[in-house]
Design a protein around this ligand. Structure first.
Ligand code: CAA
Length: 383
């Protein structure tokens, strides 16, 4: 137990770990190979009560804290990073904006089924010309009577196609930069809203990622989230929390690779003894364990700050940057310990190695994480 976790946290970890070991681990290789979204597993995650961990019970959530949520993403990712990000994108990105910025009606209509796991959520911010520069959004939403008419598209959207509701960012007032962007709740099935093909990705292949295409989609006025022009701030505030989710995912992937290599090193004999007793291998484990411990403390402390409603934007960026950087290092070392065997399809370290890479890229590249951290340390340049 770490000093930041309680016995309740560890009991919750045990519950999610048992679920992940029983329901996800046996099919993780197959999901990866088939590029397949685990519909049944996600349904069971709802039944287990982990699709709305940090949201109040009155809105269908579990009423637990942000550390519990981080633990759940970590434990799922320890066996399958794709399943970890399904939960993270649903909870942090697809559900949080409604919980934090929604009206009472929006919460009743959308938050409750999302938090109960009856519906899946997604978040549409990234566009082909607006990646790291999220303020460059070109999708438009033009008010026409009681509706906003949505036109444009989004790329690289996690849970796309499988999700029922989408938080979509679009320009309502052109020419004034980020202050002209608004956020909307958009439902799957609305006329003019379609999806591109499911991308064929290097890793996290059990998660589904597609384009969103909007062609004159009529979004009722009451589905505006927050106020007009508040969208960019909603996106940034949401991503602060999302980065805790991705940091937890990276941590879980690294933990899974570490444990796998540790078990292997105890039974693989070379030069007359298990390789775990060779100093070259021992030093790798010492470094891996230290990195994992450091990352875990950063992730839980960012989660703790969010739970306390303190500023946590910088800490979330630090946790995401560090956990994802060390996830690549730990997975690399784990595969190295396996040697040639680890390079083969069907070996979990081979999958963890591929899954880890995305964590340095999405929900803000690690270069953008440094921009965010530096902006908190140094402030913004004088105008
Ligand atoms: N919370 C609230 N408001 C914030 C904020 C935050 N964390 N960060 C910035 N803002 C506000 C600023 O205060 C500013 O408000 P004012 O204009 O009133 O002063 C406004 O937002 C604009 O801020 P900046 O001038 O700093 O904005 P910028 O255009 O320079 O961009 C950036 C800043 C940090 C680079 C931002 O664009 C960014 O985070 N880029 C990365 C985008 C990203 O993470 N995309 C991930 C997509 S989702 C995904 O990947 C999901 C998935 O697949 C799982």
């Amino acid at each position: 137990m770490l000093y930041t976790t309680t016995q309740e946290h560890e009991a919750f970890r045990k519950k999610v770990r048992e679920f992940a070991e029983k329901e996800v681990k046996p099919i993780a290789f197959e999901l990866d190979q088939n590029n397949e979204f685990p519909d049944e597993v996600v349904k069971k995650m709802g039944e287990l009560g982990i699709m709305g961990i940090p949201y109040p019970k009155e809105y269908g959530g579990a009423g637990l804290d942000v550390i519990s949520y981080a633990i759940a993403v970590e434990e799922l990712s320890r066996v399958d990073g794709g399943v970890g990000v399904i939960l993270s994108a649903h909870t942090s990105l697809g559900t949080y904006p409604i919980a934090a910025f929604g009206t009472e009606e929006q919460k009743k209509k959308y938050l409750v089924p999302l938090a109960k796991g009856e519906k899946i959520g997604a978040f549409g911010l990234t566009e082909s010309e607006a990646g790291s520069d999220a303020g460059g959004t070109e999708t438009t939403a033009e008010l026409d009577g009681d509706y906003y008419i949505l036109n444009g598209g989004k790329i690289f959207i996690t849970n796309a196609g499988k999700a029922d509701t989408y938080i979509v960012f679009a320009v309502t007032t052109p020419g004034i930069g980020t202050k002209g962007i608004s956020a909307f709740i958009v439902e799957k099935g609305w006329e003019g809203f379609s999806f591109g093909d499911h991308y064929d990705k290097l890793g996290i292949r059990s998660s589904q990622t597609c384009e969103l295409i909007f062609n004159n989609v009529k979004v009722p006025k009451e589905n505006l989230l927050g106020k007009e022009g508040q969208g960019f701030r909603i996106a940034m505030a949401t991503l602060d929390g999302g980065r805790i989710g991705i940091a937890s995912q990276a941590l879980g992937i690294a933990q899974g690779a570490y444990e796998s290599a540790l078990a292997y090193s105890k039974q693989r004999v070379q030069f007359g003894k298990p390789i775990a007793f060779q100093q070259a291998i021992q030093f790798k484990f010492a470094d891996m364990a230290t990195k994992l411990r450091s990352a875990r403390l950063l992730v839980y402390s960012a989660a703790d700050l969010k739970e306390a409603h303190a500023d946590y934007s910088m800490e979330a960026a630090m946790a995401k940057k560090y956990a994802s950087d060390i996830a690549l290092e730990v997975c690399n070392d784990a595969l190295q310990i396996y040697g040639g065997s680890g390079y083969l399809k069907g070996m979990d370290v081979e999958r963890f190695y591929r899954d880890a890479k995305i964590t340095t890229i999405y929900e803000g590249t690690n270069e953008i994480m440094r921009v965010v951290i530096a902006s908190h340390i140094i402030g913004r340049p004088p105008k």
